[in-house]
Design a protein around this ligand. Structure first.
Ligand code: DLL
Length: 433
């Protein structure tokens, strides 16, 4: 793999500013953001008033903990535009969640918001090793999802050539990678695996492709998966994180030179980690639920938003801004199986450690005889598809899961193609209880 470390002279000065400078900017912006939300969004006025706090009470960054949290339900209750802090005609763009699990949540951006979003995504793409003039294959979905259009904004801001292919039509993805020779690909890690399969199905060597870096996010993925993808494509694999409520992709980004967790672009997003049960801020470096407050957003300021994502904060390395560890999962995705907490990422790690199995999987939960049961559906790799080889691999995975995670599960190893493929975010859990 080529060294893609960006020249420090090309970074935004704030990325490598002193902590004092970053914190002074944060405090100034935080005061503005709280006052802006309070003055213009009835929800925040009511929430602050009933908690007995006023934006003027914020004298230091630590004072933020006095302010109330915002949760997804607050956004649903104010559907569609009730959380906007500017008149609707100043909102240049809206995005929304799919709403498959309830009322969709809508977010909005002013012209300045779109510019800031482009700036943080440009910063993220540069941290991945992309430089002006490089070609980017953007396979995140375009549309209401923030992935495709968010990356596109940043690619424009950085001066890349973008192929806005979006997700799906996998044979065409491979064709265009072969013909256009992109340096970078932006895609969910699960869909990258589908693209990888398609390379192999077409008899093409993915290691010989032009790709030098993959920028993966929108769903949890493990370091074991990183090794698998880096090896398969002979390219760097780095992590990009974000969520619509806070902005979209580009809230935090892993640097290609260190790959040691994701630097949060702290001049725009203020992070906290809380104990999800008590709401108290945890000790520095402890794992908990990630909470974000926007510092510059005009259309849709967000105060202490509970992301449900579990991680911990770490000091800066390649940049002065703090890092968040790779997200292990969402508290919503945590399965409690007969008293043991399990995340799909733990199953992914066990799967990657078991020979003869492909990296595709799904977890099925059932409850026969009032006992929760988990079945892991996965599939064999080429050369391991005979029935006895599959049975042996399944047994090995079950025992790996028993040893590492501490739970007994059933494992079904299908033939190649037996697990549903994702074109965006993978569906890891099918709950039939
Ligand atoms: O997934 C934004 C995005 C697009 C990020 C493209 C990165 C790349 P939402 O659809 O609102 O936004 O989903 C946000 O996805 O709260 C996490 O649970 C999860 N997520 C996003 N990035 C990562 C990541 C986009 N790198 C939700 N690792 C978040 C783990 C992630 N989970």
């Amino acid at each position: 793999m080529k060294d893609l470390t960006p020249d420090r002279k090309t970074l935004d000065p704030i990325e490598i500013a002193s902590r004092d400078e970053i914190e002074a900017l944060q405090l100034k912006r935080l005061k503005w953001s709280l006052a802006h939300a309070y003055a213009n969004v009835p929800h925040y006025k009511a929430a602050f008033d009933s908690a007995g706090v006023h934006p003027d009470d914020l004298k230091s960054l630590a004072d933020l903990s006095k302010f109330p949290f915002t949760v997804k339900q607050d956004l649903r209750d104010n559907y569609p535009f009730g959380m906007f802090a500017v008149p609707r005609d100043q909102v240049k763009r809206v995005h929304a969640s799919s709403g498959t699990t309830g009322q969709p949540t809508v977010v909005g951006y002013t012209e300045n918001d779109l510019r800031h979003w482009g700036d943080v995504v440009a910063r993220s793409l540069r941290a991945a090793g992309m430089q002006p003039g490089d070609l980017l294959h953007n396979a995140y979905g375009y549309g209401l999802f923030t992935g495709g259009l968010g990356i596109h904004l940043g690619a424009d801001a950085l001066g890349l050539t973008t192929v806005p292919i979006s997700g799906g039509m996998t044979p065409r993805q491979v064709r265009l990678i072969e013909d256009f020779k992109p340096k970078g690909i932006t895609v969910t890690p699960s869909y990258a695996l589908s693209v990888l399969d398609e390379f192999n199905a077409q008899g093409l060597d993915p290691r010989a492709s032009s790709l030098e870096v993959g920028i993966f996010g929108a769903e949890p993925w493990t370091n074991a998966m990183r090794r698998e993808i880096e090896e398969a494509f002979d390219m760097h694999a780095v992590d990009i994180y974000g969520l619509s409520e806070v902005m979209g992709p580009g809230v935090s980004m892993e640097c290609v030179e260190t790959k040691d967790g994701l630097h949060i672009w702290e001049d725009h997003f203020f992070p906290e980690i809380i104990d999800p049960n008590t709401g108290e801020t945890v000790k520095e470096g402890e794992v908990g639920e990630l909470v974000f407050t926007s510092l510059t957003k005009e259309a849709f300021p967000i105060i202490r938003y509970r992301t449900r994502d579990l991680t911990r904060l770490l000091p800066g390395t390649a940049r002065s801004m703090r890092r968040m560890e790779k997200v292990t999962g969402r508290s919503d995705d945590m399965i409690i199986l007969r008293g043991v907490n399990v995340f799909p990422t733990q199953i992914e790690e066990c799967l990657m450690a078991t020979p003869g199995l492909a990296p595709h999987f799904q977890i099925e939960l059932t409850k026969p005889n009032r006992m929760d049961q988990m079945r892991v559906l996965c599939e064999a790799t080429g050369g391991h598809t005979a029935a006895d080889a599959r049975a042996a691999a399944g047994k090995a995975l079950a025992s790996q899961i028993k040893q590492v995670v501490g739970i007994s599960v059933a494992v079904d190893v299908a033939e190649i193609g037996g697990v549903a493929r994702s074109e965006g975010k993978a569906v890891r859990i099918v709950d039939k209880r």
